[in-house]
Design a binder for this molecule. Sequence first.
Ligand SMILES: NC(=O)C1=CN([C@@H]2O[C@H](COP(=O)(O)OP(=O)(O)OC[C@H]3O[C@@H](n4cnc5c(N)ncnc54)[C@H](O)[C@@H]3O)[C@@H](O)[C@H]2O)[C@@H](O)CC1
Ligand SMILES: [K+]
Length: 484
Amino acid sequence: MKNAPLFFSHTLRQIETAAASLSLMQRAGKTSTQWVLKHYPNAQNIYVLAGSGNNGGDALLTAKQLRHAGKNVFLRLSAPVTQPDAQQALSEWLACGGQIQNHTTLHADLAIDGLYGIGLNRVLSATDSQIIQELQALACPIIALDIPSGLMADNGAGNAVQATHTLSFIAHKPGQFTGQGCNACGDIHLLNLQISQSFYPEPDGYLQTIAPSAIANLLRKADSHKGSYGTVGIIGGATAMVGATLLAGRAALKLGAGRVVLGLLDKILSVDPTQPELMLHPAAAALQHPALTMLVIGPGLGTSQEAMALVQQSIASPLPLLLDADALNLLASTSQLAVAITQRSAATILTPHPAEAARLLQTSTAAVQANRIAAAKTIAERYHATVLLKGAGSICTDGQSWSINGSGNAALASAGQGDVLSGIIAALIAQGLAPLAAVRSGCWLHGRAAEDWCRENLGGIGLSASETIIYARAALNHALATCE
Ligand SMILES: NC(=O)C1=CN([C@@H]2O[C@H](COP(=O)(O)OP(=O)(O)OC[C@H]3O[C@@H](n4cnc5c(N)ncnc54)[C@H](O)[C@@H]3O)[C@@H](O)[C@H]2O)[C@@H](O)CC1
Ligand SMILES: [K+]
């Protein structure tokens, strides 16, 4: 199995042009029909929704072939057809005796969504939203052609059709795997329309579906010792938030860091009784620990003056530095820190969730979510950092290349998961992975942990961050055991 290449719509257009459009639409119609007949053989009454463009053309040709297969097809055309290929498809539909409706059917066993494809470039009109609501109200399985209508192919924004299956033509699109796309697409199936590989340029990015190959670099040498695997320092632990720092520390330890030093603002603990391997120090002392090779600041840090001073000192440190949680909020609040971070000599890793990303970019969370890839890349460029933008379909980028993490599920929507993720990434960097490889690998392992847990807990509710650590460790060791 390989990671899925992802293409922005402008690249897909190049492929489509190179591979000749009308026959591609014919193939899209034929292959979609075959897919429907194979997977829904008993669906007799089929509602097909066609829009004005080529996605509508795909729908018209699918409608025609389903009719040939003996199905009762009710076709709604939302607007006059504009594209030449789609006009040809409309002629074929009419020539075979098909009719055009301007309302939604009352009942269907199956619906086909061909309202908009990758040509969607603005918010849906009220009329289109109403048409989609009516489609959704049919309460039957919905097959989206290419991409659920209303979803932006390049970024996963938009109020889209909630499809049961998406038949993705030619290649996968980033928007199918991040933001709203994670909810809208249902099961995604690639129909490459028999386009030769020679027509495909370098992908714009990729979906990380398999264990990152960089994990193989973590295989241990027999003559190594704990000093070979780095010492992670984790700074945080303000009053009432010590747990966050402990979680990050335990994750770093269990994912292989040689040693882990915790620097706590609250002096309530001098040892972690359930994880006595962790070395607990006052925060300022931990920052000065001579053995540190990797620094994390943020889990449970708070935003006190003392916390701010620790962030300043951490940014001035020559060590690789991961900033998470309140360290990101403090960074976003102070222009001097934003300048200082660009002048660091060692690697910087920022792991914001969408609201933290919005603060870093001085914008709204909605604006970040409307274009997650661009937001993550802009943060990386502005702060000279490797960035993990969290949330469904996490984005990993160094500002140049980007990938979407393909593992994980909603079981990870629980307290402390971000702290665990910071600890995992820090452990991987401490063991020698480059920042982007560590971010990709850590994020993938974290998601894989949740998937493995869900196989045993099918409802997917109740995964605690502490349990995620155990499953992530198992996922890492499994990946190591199976790498070549
Ligand atoms: N070009 C080709 O060679 C092929 C294209 N194919 C299909 O063609 C689709 C792309 O077709 P189009 O480029 O015609 O675009 P769409 O059919 O996705 O959209 C139609 C047009 O609607 C307009 N539009 C965009 N957003 C709108 C909005 N919110 N409200 C009203 N109008 C809006 C745009 O001008 C757009 O071109 C693909 O997704 C795929 O389904 C496939 O048939 C395979 C071959
Ligand atoms: K569609």
